[in-house]
Write a protein that binds this ligand. Structure first.
Ligand code: PRP
Length: 182
């Protein structure tokens, strides 16, 4: 068994077809809600890049895309509670309808910091679209406008989510064998 391969995943939590159906559904909602506008979708690197790239291909209104990278986890599985900007946006959010796109909201610390930072830049509106919501781990309250799946408190990888940079390429969300990361 090689780290980062599907063989080291003990259980598939969300299959590729379930993911694609949900991403299309979220994209349809966004297309309806933002009709007549050009939302700026802000992907939070690295995890959200797979979700965002699928999401925008199901959206049928014009959108702009930009990225930010923040870091709170290091290479482990627990949040440090410290949010650092590693890469800022290129496009100004002032007066824009901004949708922050995340792969997962866990403690909520990252999203809370991002929302504070972005709202200070005076967007016309600010919303959050997250593929996964690990609600039971929440430490701070954050408002999530679009949620793909609420998931249990398990360590998940795939579809952009990593363990030590591995697994981002899996087309499904799964739980790796414990011996992989312990
Ligand atoms: C993950 C995820 C969020 C954050 C959520 O990123 O993409 O940004 O953690 O955790 P929180 O709700 O507890 O703050 P990670 O730091 O693993 O970086 P990556 O996306 O580059 O893998």
């Amino acid at each position: 068994m090689e780290l980062g391969t599907a063989d080291t995943v003990e259980r598939v939590l969300i299959s590729e077809s379930e993911l694609q159906a949900k991403v299309a559904e979220l994209a349809n909602q966004i297309s309806r809600d933002y009709e007549g506008k050009i939302p700026l979708l802000v992907g939070i690197l690295k995890g959200a890049f797979v979700f965002l790239s699928d999401l925008i291909r199901y959206v049928n209104i014009p959108v702009h895309v930009d990225f930010m990278q923040v870091s709170s986890y290091g290479s482990g599985t627990e949040s440090s509670g410290i949010v650092k900007i590693l890469k800022d946006l290129d496009i100004s959010v002032e007066g824009r309808h901004v949708i922050v796109v995340e792969d997962i909201v866990d403690t909520g610390v990252t999203m809370q910091h991002l929302l504070e930072l972005l709202s200070a830049r005076k967007p016309a509106s600010l919303a959050v679209c997250t593929l996964l919501d690990k609600k039971e781990r929440r430490l701070v309250d954050v408002n999530l406008n679009y949620v793909g799946f609420e998931i249990p408190n398990a360590f998940v990888v795939g579809y952009g989510l990593d363990y030590a940079e591995y697994y981002r390429n899996l087309p499904f969300i799964g739980i790796p064998y414990k011996k992989v990361y312990e």
